[in-house]
Ligand binder design. Structure first.
Ligand SMILES: NC(=O)C1=CN([C@@H]2O[C@H](COP(=O)(O)OP(=O)(O)OC[C@H]3O[C@@H](n4cnc5c(N)ncnc54)[C@H](O)[C@@H]3O)[C@@H](O)[C@H]2O)[C@@H](O)CC1
Ligand SMILES: Nc1ncnc2c1ncn2[C@@H]1O[C@H](COP(=O)(O)OP(=O)(O)O)[C@@H](O)[C@H]1O
Length: 297
């Protein structure tokens, strides 16, 4: 079980009962370090239905986030021409996946819908990001679907579910908004702010202090979506059988948020003080080093 820190009013979120933040030690506890019996399929395969001809780079960034956590394989199922040239490790063919990320940079959900339906029917853990979040407007979802909205997407989701809220309301009460979205959709919600709020319909709630303001840069959310996908794939078997042993989709999403923030700090603040500007791809590049530190220190 996690050793999360209980949070109080020092957070840039209203105090909510049960609000927790995962630490390095919590992330180390949930990590599955591969042993000699593992092979690429047992370690988890992440499918990415991200990017488009309009936003080809979003797919590269989601792939960077997924690869950085070291899954057994990343399959790319979208139509960005940039992914395989950027990452020859990525397999551009459909097949078995243990998690599926839908959204970042997708311009149409028409092709995504069949894969979404199949993934829900099969109980495959899902991440819905950016435009993919609109798929959550339509039906009740299970907890192993993780939505990753920013404030604009979160307020649109709440309005689609009948809540009369504005983006300002959501920005004023991020933890409340994430909880509402989890209650109304049935999914786990990782709401992206300076401090990310992660809520499950069960009431489980995390506030993960974010990286520096330099992390608020285009594509940082795409990296995070891929990273969440990799963590879901790592634990897909237990998520699907319900044998959770304390490792819930919300805890995995909060772990991804923690790693992402730590990678942004490592990228931007290596000299301490105010730090320096960073690109989203630099956050992804620092993720393996953050994981190394978490697992070894
Ligand atoms: N390199 C790339 O190709 C990138 C592609 N991206 C993709 O580009 C597509 C469209 O992105 P857009 O930026 O146009 O659309 P967004 O949905 O990000 O933004 C639409 C509107 O929402 C509001 N908004 C955005 N972020 C907000 C925040 N954090 N808090 C409050 N309000 C916010 C703003 O008013 C904005 O005009 C998405 O599919 C996205 O995934 C982005 O991820 C950035 C990087
Ligand atoms: N002020 C901030 N300080 C630190 N991190 C931030 C801040 N604002 C946003 N973030 C982080 O930046 C990322 C932005 O994601 P998102 O809005 O989806 O951007 P994009 O769609 O361009 O990838 C999220 O991981 C979020 O937690």
């Amino acid at each position: 079980m996690g050793r999360g820190i209980e949070l109080g009013s020092e957070m840039d979120l209203p105090t909510e009962p049960g609000l927790m933040a995962l630490t390095d030690a919590d992330v180390a506890d949930l990590w599955l370090v591969p042993g000699e019996k593992e092979h690429k399929y047992t370690r988890g395969v992440v499918g990415l239905l991200t990017g488009s001809h309009t936003y080809p780079g979003a797919a590269v960034l989601s792939a960077a986030g997924a690869l950085a956590a070291g899954p057994g394989m990343v399959r790319y199922l979208g139509n960005s021409p940039l992914v395989v040239p950027a990452f020859p490790e990525v397999v551009p063919a459909a097949g078995q996946v243990q998690s599926l990320v839908i959204g970042s940079g997708l311009t149409s959900l028409a092709e995504a819908r069949a894969r979404y339906d199949a993934a829900l029917a099969a109980g495959t853990p899902l991440v819905l990001d950016a435009g993919g979040i609109e798929l959550a407007y339509e039906r009740d979802l299970p907890e192993h679907v993780v939505l990753t909205p920013h404030a604009g997407e979160l307020s649109a989701l709440l309005r689609a579910k009948g809540e009369a809220v504005t983006r300002d309301d959501v920005e004023a009460r991020p933890a409340w908004a994430a909880k509402q979205a989890a209650q109304l959709t049935g999914a786990t919600v990782l709401a992206k702010f300076a401090t990310d709020a992660v809520a499950a319909p069960s009431g489980e709630l995390y506030a993960q202090p974010g990286g520096p303001g330099w992390a608020a840069t285009a594509g940082a959310g795409d990296v995070l979506a891929g990273l969440v996908g990799a963590l879901l794939a790592m634990h897909a078997h237990d998520l699907q059988t319900g044998d959770l042993q304390g490792i819930t989709p919300a805890k995995l999403a909060a772990a991804a948020s923690h790693i992402h923030a730590q990678a942004a700090i490592a990228a931007a603040c290596s000299q301490g003080r105010v730090g320096r500007p960073i690109r989203a791809s630099e956050i992804a590049a620092h993720i393996p080093h953050v994981i190394e530190r978490i697992l070894n220190d």
